[in-house]
Ligand binder design. Structure first.
Ligand code: AMP
Ligand code: MN
Ligand code: MN
Ligand code: MN
Length: 281
């Protein structure tokens, strides 16, 4: 039995529902030995997470999930083992959070045009980190106030790409996101590659560019992938010489396909992204 490694999860510092220390506790209960907190575009939960993980005897990897743009779509890049005090990374993320705030105001306007008043203020009440607002906070507000039955319905009706309250956003360029992660001493990982709607040609361009920039890994085992997608991206990792990551993308108990630490192990043929860190363990 290898170590149980989970390198993708969210807390109340972005759009998760548990505080960083509570995510740590749940990861530990779920049998995770090595855990990363990777909130969207924020490093604020990392101190609390590190302290909690240490107290529980878990190996902690400081992380972040950066929202980036490539070929007109959003792509998420996870940074692992980053230095949370790196100025370039910090200022880049601050810029993204600012765009998020402006987008949220505009989403409030769009929702009002759909007959849903006060959604911006309502979404703000769902937020744990006053600096970070996202679509899931709007979705929770829409469900809490009876506008939608489920989070999925809130996305399908209003929030998903191209829907009535969708407001496109200029995230960081892929080049910038990878650059900040590497400058902060981390490894860059393409998150849930199976979720993007790229053509095969665009997907090749993404992986080629990512590798040119110094990106090291892709997520193979993630709560977002079906079993065939896991096999497909294992093949992609081998083809490109990428290391492979494993992460549940945990947001809330009972939400999503898998809980912390629950995914299958990586195929033996792949090099785990954590290999260099855990050599001595
Ligand atoms: P944002 O980064 O603010 O654009 O919001 C993206 C986040 O919304 C993702 O990280 C997910 O947590 C969540 N999300 C996206 N699509 C869905 C969906 N269909 N159902 C539930 N949550 C979703
Ligand atoms: Mn999220
Ligand atoms: Mn993501
Ligand atoms: Mn995520």
């Amino acid at each position: 039995m290898g170590l149980n490694v989970d390198l993708h999860s969210h807390s109340t510092q972005s759009d998760g529902v548990l505080a960083p220390a509570e995510v740590a506790r749940r990861a530990h209960e779920q049998g995770v030995d090595c855990w990363a907190l990777t909130d969207h575009d924020s490093l604020r939960g990392l101190d609390e997470a590190a302290d909690a993980a240490r107290a529980l005897g878990m190996i902690f990897v400081p992380g972040v999930e950066i929202s980036a743009s490539f070929c007109g779509q959003t792509v998420h890049v996870v940074g692992l083992n980053i230095d949370p005090n790196h100025e370039g990374l910090r200022s880049g993320l601050a810029r993204i959070r600012n765009s998020r705030f402006e987008r949220a105001r505009e989403m409030g306007v769009r929702l009002a045009q759909c007959g849903v008043e006060g959604a911006f203020e309502g979404a703000l009440r769902q937020v744990g980190n006053p600096d970070l607002i996202g679509r899931l906070h709007f979705a929770r507000h829409l469900v809490a106030h009876g506008h939608c039955k489920t989070l999925q319905q809130a996305f399908d009706r209003y929030l998903a790409d191209g829907k009535r309250a969708f407001v496109p956003i200029d995230w960081a360029a892929l080049d910038e996101a990878v650059g900040w992660i590497l400058a902060a001493g981390g490894k860059a990982v393409v998150a849930h590659p199976g979720r993007y709607r790229y053509t095969p040609l665009q997907q090749r361009a993404l992986f080629d560019r990512f590798r040119e920039l110094g990106g090291q890994a892709i997520e193979v085992m993630t709560g977002s992938h079906t079993a065939p997608q896991c096999s497909h991206f294992a093949q992609v990792a081998l083809e490109y010489g990428f290391q492979a990551s494993r992460g549940s993308d945990f947001h809330a108990p009972g939400a999503g396909r898998v809980d912390l630490g629950e995914l299958p192990s990586l195929p033996e043929s792949l090099v785990p992204v954590w290999r260099d860190w855990l050599e001595d363990v």
